[in-house]
Design a protein around this ligand. Structure first.
Ligand code: SF4
Ligand code: F3S
Length: 106
């Protein structure tokens, strides 16, 4: 499966949901996750993310590995999202900021 990692937090561009053929994105207040059992590994979402936050599970950077479990966990509790909605006004300021996991809202 593909995995959404830290740089999505507070950026939440949502371009990814527009291209997913199986609608397997789930939405939290300031982050999106992919349901690992529903993702068909089509790879379409990866180049669409302006934040470069999406990786194939086997290519997730070493310091982002905890997001594999986090995607699986949160996809079970957050609602499905199939269309791009409102983007955070300050998304560009947060793009690339390190250590954003502390700001994850559930
Ligand atoms: Fe959806 Fe394809 Fe991305 Fe998986 S890899 S989340 S199926 S767009
Ligand atoms: Fe997040 Fe990138 Fe999608 S910032 S919402 S994974 S387009």
């Amino acid at each position: 499966a593909f995995v959404v990692t830290e740089n999505c937090i507070k950026c939440k561009y949502q371009d990814c949901v527009e291209v997913c053929p199986v609608d397997c994105f789930y939405e939290g207040p300031n982050f999106l996750v992919i349901h690992p059992d529903e993702c068909i590994d089509c790879a379409l979402c990866e180049p669409e993310c302006p934040a470069g936050a999406i990786f194939s599970e086997d290519e997730v950077p070493a310091d982002q590995k905890e997001f594999i479990k986090l995607n699986a966990e949160l996809a079970e509790v957050w609602p499905n999202i199939t269309e791009i909605g409102e983007q955070p006004a300050d998304r560009k300021e947060w793009d690339g900021v390190k250590g954003k996991l502390q700001y994850l809202e559930r």
